[in-house]
Design a protein. Structure first.
Length: 395
């Protein structure tokens, strides 16, 4: 076995790792037995000399990201086995060779034992996004493994890590194709078509985590007037029209997002008279609408990426939800979300509770929503449950 650098924890700081939490913070470390480069694999030891596992070293507050709770030397076969397990899960979910849905998440970070890595699949094009230097340095090996395991199901592999590598890192990542090239993909989600801009789109190109929530929206839109705020590529707008909405208004502050929304509406319905899009500030729009919409979707970008801005984020959620609750048609349905990892499900629910109280409306919870099964959450890493949602009935 090849020997790896040894990171020793302070006395009593091993408890979270013994509970299989994959993050080791800088304050928990007593010493490192040799100089370690960022991204290099290391072994984690207790102060009593017991090895707890193996992870990637990094220059951040999270000092080590564990990918194994055993003393191993990670090689091609080790990572291949982990990818096989992730693919096996997606196969059990019916996502491999699915004729009506051909876009899904293949690797979801800690939920799949790959702390610091996201891999999404878009109708043959695989997009890797590394959130740690350790995972970034393995990108070419990962591409080879994916080609071996998925064979003809892979038509291109794109690394899109330039904006997700930690800013303190010395790595200057460049987005690039690791295998062949791709054009803009048209993918299917429950037979609805979406144009995906792999290279320029947000995240890896599409918000795959809202797939089941978009499907749920369909059943609430028959003959309804729907407002889809922060629409991005129009996923909820397509779902609303598919569900028989009388009218859908898609709003985003980004002209590029509105362009993609319009293209996706046309791709599915032609030039639909039942749809209107506009480049507007959502907060200002919510000030001027009154009882115009039966269904409102609030899916804003993350208000809090870090705990140090949590209070401001919760104020933001209270404000925007209060406005929507006040302005929606009586008997209306509100789909409201938070994608902030720093905001817990309890925090979000309390923010919406406060909003309902301030709006002086009777509100009932119909559904409590989260991310789909291809975005699994390790029971030992609750931070992985980043998407929270509520479906509310407003009397």
């Amino acid at each position: 076995m090849k020997f790896l650098p040894r990171v020793t924890l302070k006395a009593g700081k091993e408890k979270s790792v013994l509970r299989y939490h994959p993050w080791v913070f800088s304050g928990a470390i007593d010493n490192v037995n040799e100089e370690v480069k960022e991204g290099e694999p290391v072994w984690i030891y207790t102060d009593k000399g017991h090895c707890l596992g193996t992870g990637h070293f990094q220059n951040d507050s999270i000092k080590v990201r564990l990918f194994s709770f055993k003393k191993i030397t990670p090689d091609y076969d080790f990572w291949k086995e982990k990818f096989q397990q992730a693919i096996k899960l997606r196969n059990s979910l019916g996502l491999i060779d699915n004729q009506s849905t051909n876009a899904f998440r293949l690797i979801h970070g800690e939920g799949d034992g790959f702390s610091g890595l996201i891999v999404d699949y878009y109708n043959g094009t695989v997009v890797l996004q590394a959130h740690s230097v350790g995972m970034y340095l393995l990108r070419n090996m990962f591409a080879d493994i994916l080609k071996e395991l998925l064979n003809e199901k892979v038509t291109a592999i794109y690394d899109k890590s330039s904006k997700t590598i930690p800013f303190k890192s010395d790595i200057k990542a460049v987005d690039e194709y690791l295998y062949k090239n791709s054009v803009n993909e048209i993918v299917l989600e429950y037979d609805s078509k979406f144009l995906i801009n792999i290279e320029e789109g947000q995240k890896t190109g599409f918000f795959l985590d809202q797939r089941e929530n978009r499907k749920l929206l369909e059943q609430y839109c028959k003959n309804k007037r729907v407002l889809n705020t922060f629409c991005y590529t129009g996923g909820f707008s397509v779902a609303a029209l598919k569900g028989g909405a009388a009218f859908v208004h898609s709003v985003d502050s980004s002209a590029k997002a509105i362009e993609l929304t319009n293209r996706n509406i046309e791709l599915n319905f032609g030039v639909s008279a039942a749809h209107q899009s506009s480049i507007e500030d959502v907060m200002k729009l919510l000030d001027v609408i009154d009882n115009q919409y039966d269904v409102i979707v609030l899916d804003p970008p993350a208000f809090a990426k870090h705990h140090n801005v949590l209070d401001n984020a919760l104020k933001g959620y209270r404000k925007i939800n209060r406005k929507a609750i006040e302005k929606i048609q009586a008997g209306g349905i509100l789909f409201t979300f938070s994608c902030s990892q720093a905001v817990t499900a309890y925090d979000f629910r309390m923010a919406v509770f406060s909003a309902a109280t301030l709006a002086n409306k009777q509100v009932r919870i119909l559904h409590q929503l989260t991310q789909p099964a291809d975005h699994p959450v390790s029971i030992y890493h609750p931070e992985g449950e980043y998407l929270k949602g509520l479906v509310l009935y407003i009397e």
